[in-house]
Design a protein around this ligand. Structure first.
Ligand SMILES: [Zn+2]
Ligand SMILES: [Zn+2]
Length: 344
């Protein structure tokens, strides 16, 4: 028990049964896993009470399963939901090499996958900042997402305002958006688009906020992290200065916890890449004399946001949806109602 390095020779029927549980669920907390693992151990090994399943035992199971999965490019990873103040880790079985096309191919048609890709492009290209002063919303309003059921004609027809373009600042040319997967996607119906979005939320890939924004959910972030960087960060070119590399980044990490930050706060200096989750802000500045960005020395205002709060018209969206006062992610997170202790 408590062995930190997974040993594949430990792998037995109880590990197999526990892996089945991960296959069937999108994400799971330690508290949710406790009764399940107690039950599995009772069946395969010895009568086990829920309280006998402690964190070291749970982790040793995950280590052993991961040792068995490593050659298949699968892994059970954990992360903390970006806006979960209770800091509870969620665990999910993820494909470590995967892109959305591979991820979704078993449950969606090619045209539906292409629709999901257009929604991701809207989140990370159109609304992903990417130029100085760009709002890093990383979310799409419901109506805009549904509109993406149609395939935009031409690669830049989708955005006539120019916000969908990214300018890399080097040669002055505006880049075309990568709109479709495979290039020949057909439109889907708006009703089907809504169903696909619901399904994405159900599986934990997307979240829908009270204010009506879709964003990447915990599982999507865990599973697609490498792909997101590959797809939406501008590749560094030879001779780029560190500033140029920095400027080309869309997917940024919280400087406190080092996890992806698509919801949280940003440095008020629009050129600066310093990001913190909301719950990491307090921890980060605790004990420091001044609340200044350690990278560029700009005053930290708590008013520059990453995520849907950065969107134009966000306050209006919340008012209209009647989402006053509540945390915007409360309905979309399905892992909040078991236990209250930190699992980390
Ligand atoms: Zn953080
Ligand atoms: Zn800064």
């Amino acid at each position: 028990m408590g062995s930190e390095d997974g040993d594949i020779s430990d792998y037995n029927n109880s590990h197999r049964a526990f892996l089945q549980v991960f296959l069937a669920r999108s994400v799971m907390t330690f508290e949710e896993a406790q009764p399940i693992l107690a039950n599995i151990l009772s069946v395969h090994d010895r009568p086990t009470h829920i309280n006998d399943v402690d964190l070291p035992l749970f982790r040793s199971y995950i280590h052993t399963i991961n040792a068995a999965l490593s050659r298949l490019d699968y892994e059970i990873r954990h992360t903390i939901h970006q806006t979960d103040n209770s800091r509870r880790a969620v665990y999910a079985l993820v494909n470590t090499t995967s892109d959305p096309q591979t991820q979704l191919a078993t449950s969606l048609s090619a045209d539906e996958v292409a629709f999901v890709k257009r929604v991701l492009d809207a989140m990370f290209d159109t609304h992903g900042g990417g130029h100085a002063g760009g709002r890093e919303v990383f979310a799409v309003k419901e109506m805009e997402a549904i509109q993406l059921a149609k395939v935009p004609r031409g690669s830049n027809a989708a955005r006539d305002s120019g916000v969908g373009m990214s300018n890399d600042g080097r040669n002055g040319e505006t880049q075309q958006l990568p709109i479709v997967v495979g290039g020949s996607a057909a439109p889907i119906t708006m009703q089907r688009a809504q169903e696909v979005l619901d399904q994405m939320v159900e599986s934990g890939f997307f979240e829908r906020s009270d204010a009506g924004y879709y964003s990447l959910g915990t599982r999507g972030l865990m599973e697609l992290r490498a792909w997101l960087q590959e797809t939406y960060d501008e590749p560094a070119q030879e001779g780029d200065t560190p500033e140029e590399v920095e400027r080309g980044k869309r997917i940024r990490f919280c400087e406190a916890c080092r996890d992806v930050a698509t919801v949280g706060q940003r440095c008020a200096n629009q050129e600066c890449g310093f990001r913190l989750h909301d719950f990491c802000v307090q921890k980060f500045f605790h004990g420091r004399r001044e609340k200044k960005c350690p990278k560029c020395n700009t005053e930290w205002t708590d008013k520059s946001f990453v995520g849907e709060r950065a969107a134009r018209g966000y306050a209006e969206s919340r008012r209209r949806s009647g989402a006053g006062g509540r945390r915007s992610n409360a309905t979309s997170r399905r892992t909040t109602n078991v236990g209250d202790e930190d699992s980390e």
